[in-house]
Design a protein around this ligand. Structure first.
Ligand SMILES: NC(=O)c1ccc[n+]([C@@H]2O[C@H](COP(=O)([O-])OP(=O)(O)OC[C@H]3O[C@@H](n4cnc5c(N)ncnc54)[C@H](O)[C@@H]3O)[C@@H](O)[C@H]2O)c1
Ligand SMILES: *[C@@H]1O[C@H](CO)[C@@H](O)[C@H](O)[C@H]1NC(C)=O
Ligand SMILES: [Zn+2]
Length: 530
C-alpha cells in the first residue's frame, strides 16, 4: 500500500518528489469503511428495488462515462407509467452487479516535486521526456514573475524550442479557452508547460486535450449533463505544471474548470488523462501573491479538504463499476484521501492566517503550497460536494462584484471566495451524516470538542468556519456582500442542479429533485448573510 512518506519527512525536507502510482484497494482494514457482507445485507423491499431500478433505467448518460458516477442520483425525472411497469416486470431477474454499492477505490495523482528553487530543473525535465517544442502557458501577471524567467531560462539552456501563450483569463470562460486552443494548434507542440495558478493550469490541460482531438466539438468532453461527458480515450501530450498560487491543487488532478457562459454556471472536464505528468511545487513562486490571492486560493484549499473529508464514503456510492475504467475520479471519502484531506485541513487552519497577514512569512507560504497539493490529492480522488457545487453558479452569475486585490480587468468572485461563502451553512447541513467527522473537523479549527454533543457537531463546525473567515478578513459575510439578493436564489439553485458530478457525493442531499431543490434553496438563503 502507498505510504505518504513525505508526511513523515515533513517539516525537515528541502526537496522531495512523490510518485503515486495508481493503487486499487479492494479491502479496507478500517472498521468505518467495512463493507456489509453480502450474507447479512438486508434485502431491499420490492418497492425500493423498483424505484432504484427505475432511477437507473432513467439514467440518460452512458454508464461507461467515467466523468460522473452515480445514476441513482437524481436529475432524470420524467417517470412514465409504462417504464415503471416494465421495471416491475423485471423484478424477478437477478440484480446486476452494477446496481450494487462500490467496493474498491483507486488513488491517482500526478508526480509531484516539491522544493524551493525546483522550477529551474524544468528544462531538464523536458529534455528527459524527449520534448523539443514546448507550448508555455501563463497569464499576463505571472508572465512578469521570476517563475516564468526560471522556466524560460531552463528551456533555453537545454536548447528546447518554445512559444508562449500569456493571455490566460483569470477564472477562464469557454471563449478564453477556445482562444488558447486556437493559439497552440498551428504551433504543433510536443509538450506543454503551465506556469501560473489554477486558471493557467486548467487552460493548459484543455489546450492539451483539444489539440489531441482537433475534430472534437467543445462540448464533447464537458461534464454531463451540460456537455456530453465523452471519455478521453487516448493519452495526451506531457504537461508539466508549475503552480504559482497555493490553492487549486490542479497540478495533481485531472480536472479543468471554466465558465460555460451560455449555461450561467461554471463546469469543467474531468478525466485522469488530463492530469499533469509532473507538478513542480516551488515555494519561491508563491511569494509574490497579493494578500487577497493568498486568502482566496487558501480558502479553496480549506473547502477541498473539508468537502473531501466529509463526502459520502466510497463504499456508499452506486453503481459498482463493471469495468475499472468506469470508476469515477471523484469516488467519495476513502482511507487514503482521508490522510491527505485531514492533514491539509490542519495545515490550512494553522498557516493560512499567517500567510495572508505577513508577506514575509515564508514558512507559512511554503506550508500552504504543500497543503494545497495535499488537498489536491485528497479531493482529486475523493471529490468535493456542496460548497463547490453551489460556487459554480455563484461565480458565473456574479452581479458585478470585483474582489478587492485581484489585478484583473473584469468583475470577479474568486473561486475560493465563492466556495467559502456557503461553507458555514453547508457543514451545518451535512453534519448529521457523520457527526464524528464534523467534530474532528471542528477540532482542527481549535474547538475543544470534549463536551460537545454529537447532535451539535454541525452548529459547532459552522460557527468555527464562520469565525475563521471573519478573522481571516477581506471576506464577504454572505452572498449579499457579493451583490446577490433573495430574488437571485432561484437562479443559483438552477445553476447548481446540473453539478451532478459533485452533488452525488453530498451527504444528506435528497435524491428526489423537488426535495433537493428545497435543500439547496435553504442552504443558499442561509448563506445570504452569516
Ligand atoms: N483543476 C481543479 O481541480 C481546480 C480546483 C479548484 C479551482 N479551480 C479553478 O482554478 C481557478 C482559480 O485558480 P487560482 O485560485 O489558483 O488563481 P488564478 O490562477 O485565477 O490567479 C488569481 C490571480 O492571481 C494572479 N497570480 C497568480 N499567481 C501569482 C503570483 N505568484 N504572484 C502574483 N500574482 C499571481 C493571477 O495573475 C490572477 O490574477 C478558478 O477558475 C477555479 O475554478 C480548478
Ligand atoms: C443524514 O444522513 C445520515 C446517514 O446517511 C442519516 O442517518 C440521517 O438520518 C440523515 N439526516 C438527515 C437530517 O437527513
Ligand atoms: Zn476548488
Amino acid at each position: 500500500m502507498f505510504v505518504p512518506a513525505f508526511l513523515q519527512l515533513h517539516p525537515h525536507f528541502h526537496l522531495f518528489s512523490l510518485t503515486l502510482t495508481p493503487v486499487s484497494l479492494l479491502h479496507c482494514p478500517q472498521a468505518k469503511y467495512n463493507m456489509v457482507s453480502p450474507a447479512i445485507r438486508v434485502a431491499p423491499s420490492a418497492a425500493n428495488r423498483a424505484l432504484n431500478l427505475l432511477r437507473t433505467v432513467q439514467y440518460t448518460h452512458p454508464p461507461n462515462c467515467p466523468c460522473h458516477g452515480n445514476p441513482n442520483h437524481h436529475h432524470h425525472h420524467k417517470q412514465t407509467p409504462s417504464l415503471l411497469n416494465q421495471v416491475k416486470r423485471h423484478l424477478a431477474t437477478p440484480v446486476d452487479r452494477s446496481r450494487e454499492k462500490e467496493y474498491a477505490f483507486e488513488m491517482a495523482a500526478s508526480s509531484i516535486r516539491f522544493g524551493p528553487g525546483a522550477t529551474k530543473e524544468v528544462g531538464m525535465d523536458f529534455t528527459n521526456i524527449g520534448a523539443k517544442r514546448v507550448c508555455i502557458v501563463t497569464d499576463s501577471n505571472v508572465a512578469k514573475l521570476d517563475a516564468m524567467k526560471q522556466a524560460v531560462e531552463g528551456l533555453t539552456r537545454e536548447g528546447i524550442q518554445f512559444t508562449i501563450f500569456d493571455k490566460v483569463r483569470t477564472e477562464p470562460k469557454d471563449s478564453s479557452i477556445k482562444e488558447a486552443i486556437e493559439f497552440c494548434k498551428p504551433y504543433k507542440p510536443d509538450a506543454f508547460l503551465a506556469v501560473g495558478g489554477g486558471s493557467v493550469i486548467d487552460t493548459a490541460k484543455l489546450m492539451n486535450l483539444y489539440t489531441a482531438y482537433p475534430e472534437a466539438d467543445f462540448l464533447d468532453f464537458v461534464n454531463a449533463p451540460l456537455g456530453k461527458g465523452r471519455p478521453v480515450d487516448k493519452p495526451l501530450l506531457p504537461l508539466v505544471a508549475v503552480p504559482t498560487t497555493a490553492g487549486t491543487g490542479s497540478e495533481t488532478t485531472g480536472t479543468a474548470i471554466f465558465d460555460l457562459v451560455s449555461k450561467k454556471a461554471k463546469t469543467g472536464i474531468a478525466h485522469r488523462n488530463l492530469k499533469p505528468t509532473l507538478g513542480i511545487c516551488d515555494p519561491l513562486n508563491t511569494r509574490t501573491m497579493p494578500s487577497a490571492v493568498h486568502a482566496a486560493s487558501g480558502l479553496d484549499v480549506l473547502c477541498h479538504s473539508l468537502e473531501s473529508w466529509t463526502a459520502i464514503p466510497y463504499n456508499e456510492r452506486t453503481p459498482r463499476p463493471t469495468n475499472p475504467i468506469n470508476r469515477p475520479a471523484y469516488q467519495g471519502a476513502n482511507p487514503i484521501s482521508d490522510i491527505f484531506s485531514l492533514a491539509a485541513l490542519r495545515s490550512t487552519v494553522k498557516y493560512l492566517p499567517r500567510a495572508v497577514r505577513d508577506p514575509d512569512d515564508h514558512e507559512a507560504q511554503s506550508e500552504m503550497l504543500l497543503a494545497a497539493t495535499l488537498a489536491g490529492v485528497g479531493f482529486g480522488n475523493a471529490g468535493v460536494h456542496l460548497c463547490h457545487g453551489m460556487s459554480y453558479p455563484i461565480s458565473s452569475q456574479n452581479p458585478g462584484y470585483k474582489h478587492h486585490g485581484y489585478e484583473v480587468d473584469h468583475p470577479i468572485i474568486p473561486h475560493g471566495v465563492s466556495v467559502a461563502v456557503t461553507a458555514p451553512a453547508v457543514f451545518r447541513f451535512t453534519a448529521a451524516s457523520n457527526p464524528d467527522r464534523h467534530l474532528a473537523a471542528a477540532e482542527a479549527f481549535g474547538v475543544d470538542i470534549s463536551n460537545v454533543k454529537r447532535e451539535s457537531a454541525g452548529e459547532v463546525l459552522g460557527a468555527a468556519i464562520a469565525e475563521f473567515l471573519v478573522k481571516l478578513g477581506g471576506q464577504p459575510r454572505g452572498l449579499k456582500d457579493l451583490g446577490f439578493k433573495g430574488s437571485d436564489v432561484d437562479g443559483l439553485v438552477e445553476g447548481t442542479i446540473p453539478q451532478q458530478r459533485v452533488l452525488m457525493l453530498a451527504p444528506n442531499l435528497s435524491t428526489e429533485l423537488q426535495a433537493e431543490r428545497g435543500e439547496l434553496r435553504k442552504l443558499l438563503e442561509q448563506s445570504l448573510d452569516y
